[in-house]
Design a protein around this ligand. Structure first.
Ligand code: SF4
Length: 51
């Protein structure tokens, strides 16, 4: 079921829906940087590669 509170266009994620929403009820957001300063520093840690 689409979660219309979480917009996402990562098409190759297992949890992505065809309508550019996430299907999870909650996602974990994190960073791979020690001092994030821009959007590119932030990741969806709930991502799972679609098979
Ligand atoms: S888990 Fe993250 S990357 Fe995957 S569809 Fe949901 S928001 Fe997008």
């Amino acid at each position: 079921m689409n979660n219309k509170c979480i917009l996402c266009d990562v098409n190759n994620c297992q949890y992505h829906s065809n309508e550019n929403y996430c299907t999870l009820s909650v996602v974990q957001i994190g960073t791979h940087e020690s001092d994030p300063k821009q959007c590119e520093c932030v990741d969806c840690e709930s991502f799972v590669k679609a098979i």
